[in-house]
Design a protein around this ligand. Structure first.
Ligand code: BG6
Length: 508
C-alpha cells in the first residue's frame, strides 16, 4: 500500500475522548503497519494545560487501553509517542493561532517536513466554524506551500438550514476538496465490501432490482445506552445521530447504480442520485412511515438498566428518540415500488448492523414448505459483528416426498486466514493523508440527506400528537415498528450476534 507524503497532523480537542480512544490508537496502528509517512509529527491542541511530556504519557496509556490489538511492547509505544507534541490554547482566541503557527513552523523545521498539514477537528461541532475562520485568518488553510486538509466529524449541522450554513461558511474559507467529512461507517471494511459484493460479482447485478427484490431491510442496533453522552444525545436523537449519516450511506451503497470508476466523485455521484431519488415523506404520513421510540428502565440478566430519561444529562421529560424505524421508497427505475425499511436504536438486545435483501417468492409454489410457511431467498450482508455474508435458500429434506428446509450458506470474514479487519479510523485517516475522499461525505450528499429528513424533523417538532413509544431496554423497540412492514406474516429479521442465527430471543 502507498505511503503518504510527509506531514503534520494537528488534532484540535486533543484532550478529549475521540483523540484518546480512536485517533491516537488508529495512528499508532498505521505506524505499526508502516503506513505512516516517512516523516511526520502530531500536534495535539486543547484547552487543558498540560505539557508535551504529559500528553505523551496520557496517549501511551490510551494506546494500551484502546488499541484493538493488544500492545505490550513499551519500546514501540515510546518510539511512537516521541513524535507527539502538545500546544495548549483556547480555540476561540485569535492570538492562540499565531502561537500555534510558530509551534508548527518549529516542528516543520525540526523534522524537515515541508508544509503539508491535516487539521482534525475532534471538538464539539459548535467549534468547527470558529476554528476554520481562525485557521484562515492565520493563513494556515491556504495551500501555497503544501496541502491543507480539514477533517470534521458529524453532526454536519442539525437540519437542512444549519447543514447548508456550515457548508457555506466552510466554502468561503476553503474548497470542498480540502474538506473531509467523516462518516465512520464508510471506513468499515464490510461497508466497502458492499461495493465489491455488488460490482465484482456478475451474479447479483441482474437480480438487484424491483423485478426480483421484494424489500430491503437495514438494521443498526446497539445494546449500549447513551452512556456518558446524554447531554449531546438529548439534543440529537437517533434520527440525527445515526439515520442522517450511517444508515442513509448504507442505503446509498446498497441502491446505487454501478459507478463508472472507483474515482471518489464517480462513487459519490451515484450515492447522491439515490438520495435525490428518495421519495419525500409527506408530513401527514410521518406517523405512518416513521416510528420513534425511547428506552425505558428494565432488568437485563438480573441487572437493573436505567431508562433513558434518567440517564446523566438527559431531561426527565425528554421526547428525544433513542430508536427510529422507517419505511420509504426510492423513485427510480431500479427500485420503484420496493420498500426500504431501516431501523436503529440504543439498548436493543444485541449490537448488530446488517443489510437484508429479501428476494421475491417463486411465482408458483410447487413444494410444501416447513410447517406451511412460505419462505423466500434472503441475502444478508453483515457489517458487524461476525462480519460476513449469508444466503438463505430452500433445500429438500432427505427422505420421502418433497419437504423443504430453509438453509444457510455463509461466509465469515474471520475465515479469510488471520487477516485483521482494520478499524474505520485507520482507513479513513490513511485516506485523508493520501488525499482520497471516496469514503467521505460530500457537501451535496449531506444536504440532500437533511432535505429528505426535513419533513420528519418538522412533523416531530410541531406536532406533539406524534407518539414517542417507550420500549423496555433490551427489547427490539416499539411493537408499532412491526406495523411498518407491508405483507401478512412478514416481520423484521431478528438477528443474533452470530450471522447464521436468528431468533427473537438469542444469546446476547
Ligand atoms: C456514532 C454515534 O456515530 O456511531 C453513536 O454517534 C453510535 O451514538 C456509534 O454509538 C455507533 O458506531 P459503531 O461503529 O459502534 O456501530
Amino acid at each position: 500500500m502507498e505511503n503518504p507524503g510527509n506531514l503534520v497532523i494537528v488534532i484540535f480537542g486533543a484532550s478529549g475522548d475521540l483523540a484518546s480512544r480512536k485517533l491516537i490508537p488508529a495512528i499508532f496502528s498505521l505506524k505499526r503497519q508502516n503506513l505512516m509517512p516517512e516523516k511526520y509529527a502530531i500536534l495535539g491542541v486543547g484547552r487543558t494545560k498540560i505539557t508535551s511530556e504529559e500528553f505523551r504519557a496520557k496517549m501511551s496509556d490510551s494506546i494500551v487501553s484502546f488499541s484493538e490489538e493488544e500492545v505490550t511492547d513499551k519500546d514501540l509505544i515510546s518510539g511512537f509517542v516521541k513524535d507527539l507534541h502538545y500546544h495548549s490554547m483556547d480555540n476561540v482566541s485569535e492570538n492562540g493561532y499565531s502561537e500555534m503557527k510558530s509551534c508548527l513552523r518549529e516542528i516543520e523545521n525540526n523534522y524537515n517536513i515541508g508544509g503539508n498539514y491535516i487539521f482534525y477537528m475532534a471538538t464539539p461541532p459548535s467549534m468547527y466554524e470558529v476554528i476554520a475562520v481562525n485557521l484562515a485568518k492565520a493563513g494556515l488553510s491556504k495551500q501555497d506551500s503544501g496541502f491543507r486538509r480539514v477533517i470534521i466529524e458529524k453532526p454536519f449541522g442539525y437540519d437542512l438550514d444549519s447543514g447548508r450554513n456550515l457548508n457555506r461558511t466552510l466554502h468561503e474559507l476553503i474548497s470542498e476538496d480540502q474538506i473531509f467529512r467523516i462518516d465512520h461507517y464508510l471506513g468499515k471494511e464490510t461497508v466497502q465490501n458492499l461495493l465489491v459484493t455488488r460490482f465484482a460479482n456478475g451474479m447479483f447485478e441482474p437480480l438487484w432490482n424491483r423485478n426480483y427484490i421484494h424489500r430491503v431491510e437495514i438494521t443498526s442496533a446497539e445494546s449500549i445506552g447513551v452512556e456518558e453522552r446524554g447531554g449531546y444525545y438529548d439534543s440529537s436523537g437517533a434520527l440525527r445521530d445515526m439515520v442522517q449519516n450511517h444508515l442513509l450511506q448504507m442505503v446509498g451503497l446498497t441502491a446505487m447504480e454501478p459507478p463508472s470508476s472507483l474515482d471518489a466523485d464517480a462513487i459519490r455521484n451515484e450515492v447522491l442520485k439515490v438520495f435525490q431519488s428518495l421519495q419525500p415523506i409527506k408530513e401527514e404520513d410521518v406517523p405512518k412511515q416513521v416510528i420513534r421510540g425511547q428506552y425505558t428502565g428494565s432488568f437485563i440478566r438480573g441487572e437493573c438498566i436505567t431508562g433513558y430519561r434518567y440517564e446523566k444529562g438527559v431531561s426527565v421529560t425528554s421526547r428525544t428518540e433513542t430508536y427510529v424505524a422507517m419505511k420509504f421508497y426510492i423513485n427510480n427505475w431500479r427500485w420503484g415500488g420496493v420498500p426500504f425499511y431501516i431501523r436503529t436504536g440504543k439498548r436493543l438486545p444485541t449490537r448488530v448492523t446488517e443489510i437484508v435483501v429479501h428476494f421475491k417468492q417463486t411465482p408458483h409454489h410447487l413444494f410444501q414448505r416447513e410447517a406451511g410457511k412460505l419462505t423466500a431467498n434472503q441475502l444478508i450482508i453483515r457489517i458487524q459483528p461476525d462480519e460476513g455474508i449469508l444466503l438463505k435458500f430452500d433445500m429438500k429434506e432427505p427422505g420421502a416426498g418433497f419437504n423443504l428446509k430453509n438453509v444457510n450458506m455463509d461466509f465469515h470474514y474471520k475465515d479469510l486466514a488471520n487477516i485483521r479487519i482494520p478499524s474505520a479510523y485507520e482507513r479513513l485517516l490513511h485516506d485523508v493523508m493520501l488525499g482520497d475522499s471516496t469514503l467521505f461525505s460530500r457537501d451535496d450528499e449531506v444536504e440532500t440527506a437533511w432535505k429528505f429528513l426535513s419533513p420528519i424533523q418538522w412533523a416531530w417538532a410541531t406536532n406533539p400528537g406524534i407518539k414517542v413509544f417507550g420500549y423496555p431496554a433490551g427489547t427490539w423497540g416499539p411493537e408499532h415498528a412491526n406495523e411498518l412492514i407491508e405483507g401478512d406474516d412478514l416481520t423484521w429479521r431478528y438477528p443474533c450476534k452470530n450471522l447464521a442465527d436468528e431468533e427473537l430471543y438469542c444469546e446476547l
